[in-house]
Design a protein around this ligand. Sequence first.
Ligand SMILES: *[C@@H]1O[C@H](CO)[C@@H](O)[C@H](O)[C@H]1NC(C)=O
Ligand SMILES: *[C@@H]1O[C@H](CO)[C@@H](O)[C@H](O)[C@H]1NC(C)=O
Ligand SMILES: *[C@@H]1O[C@H](CO)[C@@H](O)[C@H](O)[C@H]1NC(C)=O
Ligand SMILES: *[C@@H]1O[C@H](CO)[C@@H](O)[C@H](O)[C@H]1NC(C)=O
Ligand SMILES: *[C@@H]1O[C@H](CO)[C@@H](O)[C@H](O)[C@H]1NC(C)=O
Length: 532
Amino acid sequence: MMQLSALLVSLPAVFAAQQPHIVFVLADDFGWYDVGYHGSEISTPNLDKLSAAGVRLENYYVQPLCTPSRNLLMTGRYQIHTGMQHQIIWPCQPYCVPLDEKLLPQLMKEAGYATHMVGKWHLGMYKKDCLPTRRGFDSFFGYLTGSEDYDTHVRCSPIAALNLTRCALDLRDGEAVATGYKGEYSTELLSQRATSIIEKHNSSKVTHTHGFSSLLSCPATAAHRALTVPERYVAPYGFIEDHSRRLYAGMVSAMDEAVGNITLALQQGGLWDNTVLVFSTDNGGQTLYGGSNWPLRGRKWSLWEGGIRGVGFVASPLLMQPGTVSRELIHVSDWLPTLVGLAGGSTNGTKPLDGFNVWNAISKGFASPRLELLHNIDPLYNDIAPLGGDLSICYECDEIHVFDSVKMPKLLKNLGGSWANSGFNVYFHAAIRSSNWKLLTGYPGCDIWFPQPGHNSSEPRPSEVDPLKPVMLFDIEKDPEERKEISDQFPRIVEYLLGRLYQHQKSAVPINFPDDDPKCDPGPTGAWGPWA
Ligand SMILES: *[C@@H]1O[C@H](CO)[C@@H](O)[C@H](O)[C@H]1NC(C)=O
Ligand SMILES: *[C@@H]1O[C@H](CO)[C@@H](O)[C@H](O)[C@H]1NC(C)=O
Ligand SMILES: *[C@@H]1O[C@H](CO)[C@@H](O)[C@H](O)[C@H]1NC(C)=O
Ligand SMILES: *[C@@H]1O[C@H](CO)[C@@H](O)[C@H](O)[C@H]1NC(C)=O
Ligand SMILES: *[C@@H]1O[C@H](CO)[C@@H](O)[C@H](O)[C@H]1NC(C)=O
């Protein structure tokens, strides 16, 4: 689903010539093969043009799901260090990003910026202290959860304890419920709000803009609802036969247009020359709903490259080497130290960061300070969220929806073996990257090489040719499609990376993934929001 979501725009209150405006656009479920410059049949002229004059990040990683990527963007810390290594925050779960984490907008405010967010929060809202306006944003307009309907802004969610599915409004302006926007397509609604913040920004008083995002509806509650888009965006895509892909292409076009509008507003406001615009997806494309990560393996929700290798670029007249492609290893957790660095701020008050300041790698082409990347360790992993809908659409990975101890041995061959001594439980869903090497353990998620859109797959199911193993090693630089599993050839590298996973797991805090609280129920006429 391609929906416009989190726009964070921060306009600094105090003039300081060297501090750039920062605009962060976070696109939702935007797949590797969904951007024009990766060869997609979907046309993204604004993204293509901006990135061509900026720096395209081609070795850039995000987390496989919405809440986790947002969490890392805001904290600069790995999922295992906030207790949020498992899944997303469901509307009735009573938790949020731990309140003792200092978030990016708080740091930007300390550096003198005004901070605005437009789009999808999805970092918890069960009590007021969790809301974006209490965590560093001067203003907020958008969704507190995920998967809203694009036109009604209603989010439906099962409440198991009450044995019902509740559909309620999820749209806020500041902390107030925002009514009266029914029928306004969310991508346009959110981008209009973003451009109006930029236009209102008074350049005699302000220097900075930080953050905007276009997002998706994370786990779509129902494909037919989530894939909505005004006809004018879909019209150019009559040649796409697949219905979901065609609608999805229209949604991407709307998002691309929104980015164009925001850029234009910055230019017309005379702000562009001092702006750093970051564009990033939040996770890989969801093939169930029209997204594509071709030729990468897997999809959203998996630790294969299709779930985590992200579309990303930086556009800015301040770049020292504009018009280049970066192949340096960069991760979504790196934005916090990078942007705070650009702001001339301090990360004082954060907990130990897992992110690095990568500005010199992006702007000047220097080597990235990041040598290793922990993708995640999640001992509770399962592949498919409780969609509550028609699971037959998950046909590609039908036999492995749920990762459990009964199905596990059937899926993973060659258990035991020589890895027993590493100390790390290789049944855990985990992945780590070190230079060109990537090690995966447990069940990484849907393992299909989905065909290029418009083409039929002639490939047999991967698990028939090459059964998944509990420990798998790939040389990602030579083999980005993860086709040649080479753990047998490089036992010492496997041993080293398992040792690293063991060390990381020792630093993990316990998973926080509480049961639904039935008190969340907003009732038949209410809106989703804080209840505790
Ligand atoms: C849940 O609701 C359905 C439909 O209203 C009903 O058939 C079912 O018995 C209910 N289950 C429980 C546990 O109350
Ligand atoms: C972009 O701006 C044009 C002109 O104001 C407007 O018609 C269009 O709806 C905007 N697109 C989006 C996605 O907001
Ligand atoms: C910008 O701020 C200055 C000084 O506060 C004020 O005089 C001016 O009217 C403002 N301009 C706009 C367009 O708000
Ligand atoms: C960091 O923050 C603490 C507590 O807010 C403060 O006492 C200290 O002076 C700060 N240090 C720096 C280098 O800003
Ligand atoms: C894909 O396969 C289907 C069913 O066999 C066939 O109808 C369709 O024409 C094929 N499409 C392409 C692009 O080859």
